[in-house]
Design a binder for this molecule. Structure first.
Ligand SMILES: [Zn+2]
Ligand SMILES: [Zn+2]
Length: 330
């Protein structure tokens, strides 16, 4: 169950709205002139990426029942921004790019890439940022993290990247996951469009092979109204048609579920929806920036864990991770 680690109880005051409107607003990624002009892959070269996410977390924390938790995530993102600023990307071995060109493999494969110890310096910055104003439980987790040797920290990182984190890792996952995001985003941003053009498996990140954390429907510019999947690890975005399941690519049995207050007729227009697939029984959230241009795949995902609870209860399993969160085993 995705939300087990938060101890969140299902929120009975919410109910589902099945949204069919979204599926009627079809803009494909290959059948119109407009869509052909947009990039299939958008590399994470925004130098303020984590600062903007920190601002979003801080905004979402205000008045939220999980405000303390979201406030901690904001501090973690400020640490990510500091780490990103401090260190340049490392030169990627030509062999990785050659392998990608020859076999269509992601050039920075999350599990195959030999990550440099540098990522643990990023972790140090994030721990330092999170320590400010930390409550007792967080201070204890940071103490535990600081006491681990490099081998143990690397083992947690391996589990984060493989999606096999243990319940014992839960309190440390947000920090380790955040550091890995910085390291992989920095490396991804140093790639070129040609470097990332060889892996065309639509359901995984073309740069690192990780599943998406969520979808964003963009506003403004050439990407307006198009759906991009956002990599849970390196923050690369890639385009996918809006009516397809982002896990099995079927265009049948995809429907949208959202949280809605009783009597709220505007529920179908919600910023956050779960795109659920009857074929593969999975779901992933989709955020429409037309409803809020500051929506962020990672931050808005963690601010809407109540939606995960309810979709989970409907029998759907989440198809992509949030690396700032351990999903729990029970
Ligand atoms: Zn990626
Ligand atoms: Zn599916």
């Amino acid at each position: 169950m995705f939300v087990a680690a938060t101890g969140l109880a299902p929120i009975a005051a919410f109910h589902f709205c099945r949204d069919t409107q979204l599926a009627t607003q079809i803009i494909t990624d290959g059948s119109t002139d407009r869509a052909r002009a947009v990039p299939r892959v958008v590399l994470p070269d925004n130098p303020r990426l984590f600062e903007e996410r920190a601002d979003r977390f801080a905004h979402l924390a205000s008045g939220h029942p999980m405000g303390v938790y979201l406030g901690l995530m904001a501090r973690i993102c400020r640490g990510q921004q500091e780490a990103l600023r401090r260190r340049p990307a490392l030169l990627l071995p030509e062999a990785s790019l050659g392998h990608s060109r020859s076999f269509g493999m992601p050039p920075l494969s999350a599990q195959g890439h030999a990550r440099a110890p540098l990522w643990r310096d990023d972790l140090g910055d994030i721990v330092a940022a999170a320590r400010d104003e930390a409550e007792a439980g967080v201070r204890e987790a940071l103490q535990t993290l600081s006491s681990l040797d490099a081998t143990s920290v690397e083992a947690i990182a391996d589990r984060v990247l493989a999606g096999t984190t243990l319940d014992d890792d839960a309190a440390l996952v947000p920090f380790v996951g955040a550091a890995l995001q910085v390291y992989f985003a920095r490396q991804a941003a140093a790639l070129t469009a040609e470097d990332v053009s060889h892996c065309d498996v639509a359901t995984i990140c073309p740069v690192c092979g990780t599943r998406p954390v969520a979808s964003i429907i963009r506003v403004g510019g050439a990407q307006a109204n198009l759906r991009y999947l956002v990599c849970a690890l390196c923050q690369t975005e890639w385009n996918m048609a809006r009516v397809k399941c982002s896990s099995c690519e079927t265009d049948k049995g995809v429907h949208y579920l959202s949280l809605a207050g009783h009597g709220d007729d505007k529920a179908v227009d919600a910023l956050a929806k779960a795109e659920a697939c009857d074929e593969c029984k999975t779901y992933l959230k989709i955020f429409n920036q037309d409803k809020d241009p500051y929506a962020d795949a990672c931050a808005d995902d963690l601010a809407t864990l109540a939606l995960d609870v309810l979709v989970d209860e409907q029998g759907f399993g989440r198809s992509g991770p949030n690396l700032l969160f351990h999903p729990g085993s029970g």
